[in-house]
Design a protein around this ligand. Structure first.
Ligand code: SF4
Length: 476
């Protein structure tokens, strides 16, 4: 069972909100992601149709996942590779450790893989005396800093350039780099020089998978740095870690999802590197690994396949939902306490670690619906979060206070006239409390709403009152 510290969400929020560096980094990153996605989508008139096609491909694959998994495994074997099945994180770690030990690995290079974070792979390898070298620049930065990713495609999103400059200056001295660099290209170049040696030393290279293609047994990865290609080709053994939901039937299907992924993630038409791995090196190949292994991880995925959260398995890990989420934008990814942050994480984390552990997450949402509107495979994230809240309520995991509030609301909602009057009184009372400032500094019985900012007072009339007046022609 994966562990998490998601129950600390509420406790971590105040520190995150007070962190000026985090705010600066988040504002810059979110604005960039949102603007670039908007531009890429506006330049592609068929984007909505493509979204629908992407959703259909994922739904079809999930409905026949057993067939496509079987087909994929047979194709990988035909290409000379091996598929390993892991029911949970523990099994996945054991399989990968065994493969590394068989290869006498002392050094492992790794491309970015959220599944490897999910199964806690780095810690397990290091405990066995195997050095893990992250090769994705963002992953490399947070590994140097001793942190975890705060975003699924930009793991070091929470860091400012100045922080990265300080980090490299402190940690790269031992490699003979003594100058403090401040410009991004120079920082990237220094990281490149440190990492180059590691590709040569590694006995095993571990990558993730963006798509696993059933018809030919290929694994597709997309990167902007080319680190995935060096990781997979230079070591003797290439291990792919992926969730079982990464399957797609054909290469054609993968290209549909790829067009959605790059535009939604970084606003690119195409990523800089798109690589297909099919198996170990063939005789006529100039390079490549001697062994090729794919470790397919279930964790709770087959359970989700059979319950009301199946649509979450459509996720292609683009990160658009978190880029557009006001809660994620305000607090960053670390407060979510597990591998996946933002809206998709607020669904996945409780399903993986349990609502007892992650009960705050489905409630860390304003239900504004932006996440679903930008999701390239149209996952109904707000609806899934509501379902988790309902589960929480049905299993008695919500607080006594929220149960009492719900009971009160239910009693009022069942009596429309009383409900209208109560809302009207409430709006007037809030307006009076706000006084001339027009903002509430404290909100009785719901202090969380005003802990970090003032709340604007209502206009004094409810929407329903205004609408009734409008219908009766008494207001324009
Ligand atoms: S839920 Fe949708 S928007 Fe969020 S990461 Fe997954 S595919 Fe992207």
């Amino acid at each position: 069972m994966p562990t998490a510290a998601s129950h600390l969400f509420k406790q971590r929020v105040p520190a995150a909100l007070a962190d000026r560096d985090l705010k600066a980094a988040m504002d810059k990153a979110q604005d960039g992601f949102i603007g670039k996605r908007e531009q890429a989508v506006s330049q592609y008139p068929g984007f909505e149709a493509l979204r629908e096609l992407g959703r259909e491909i994922k739904d079809h694959t999930l409905a026949h996942l057993d067939f496509y998994l079987d087909r994929y495994e047979r194709q990988v074997q035909r290409n000379g590779g091996h598929v390993h099945w892991a029911r949970n994180s523990n099994e996945a770690r054991t399989i990968i450790l065994d493969l590394c030990k068989r290869a006498n690995a002392r050094n492992v290079t790794k491309g970015k893989s959220m599944v490897s974070e999910e199964i806690g792979l780095n810690g397990a390898l290091e405990e066995s005396g195997i050095a893990v070298h992250e090769t994705d620049l963002g992953e490399y930065i947070i590994q140097l800093a001793g942190e975890t990713p705060s975003h699924i495609i930009a793991p070091a999103l929470h860091k400012t350039k100045a922080q990265v400059s300080d980090l490299f200056h402190a940690k790269h001295q031992r490699y003979g780099f003594h100058q403090r660099l401040t410009e991004a290209p120079a920082l990237v170049n220094e990281a490149r020089q440190v990492l180059r040696r590691r590709y040569l030393d590694a006995e095993v290279g571990i990558t993730g998978a963006n798509f696993l293609i059933a018809e030919n047994g290929s694994n597709m990865i997309v990167t902007n740095e080319g680190n995935g290609d060096l990781t997979r080709t230079m070591a003797k053994v290439h291990i792919v870690t992926a969730g079982i939901e990464k399957l797609v039937p054909t290469l054609e299907d993968a290209t549909v999802l790829l067009r959605l992924l790059t535009r939604s993630a970084t606003g690119q038409e195409f990523s800089a590197y798109t690589t297909l791995s099919n198996g170990p090196r063939r005789e006529e190949d100039p390079d490549g690994p001697d062994e090729y292994h794919v470790v397919l991880v279930d964790n709770v995925r087959t359970e989700m396949l059979g319950n009301e959260f199946r649509s979450m398995l459509r996720c292609i890990r683009c990160g658009a939902c978190m880029n557009h989420c006001p809660v994620y934008g305000a607090v960053g990814g670390h407060v979510y306490g597990w591998v996946y942050p933002g809206p998709m994480g607020s669904v996945l984390t409780p399903l993986n670690v349990g609502l007892e552990e992650a009960g705050d997450l489905p409630n860390a949402c304003t239900l504004n619906g932006r996440c679903q509107s930008v999701c390239p495979v149209n996952i109904p994230l707000p609806d899934l979060l509501r379902r988790l809240r309902r589960r929480q309520h049905e299993t008695g995991l919500d607080s006594r206070y929220s149960r009492a509030a719900l009971r009160l609301w239910t009693a009022l909602a069942a009596r429309p006239a009383l409900y209208r009057r109560a809302m009207q009184w409430g709006a007037v009372a809030m307006k009076r409390l706000a006084g001339r400032r027009g903002r509430l500094r404290r909100f009785p019985l719901a202090g969380g709403w005003t802990r970090s900012r003032d709340m604007p007072a209502p206009a004094g009339s409810t929407f329903q009152t205004l609408y009734t007046l409008y219908k009766e022609g008494r207001r324009r």
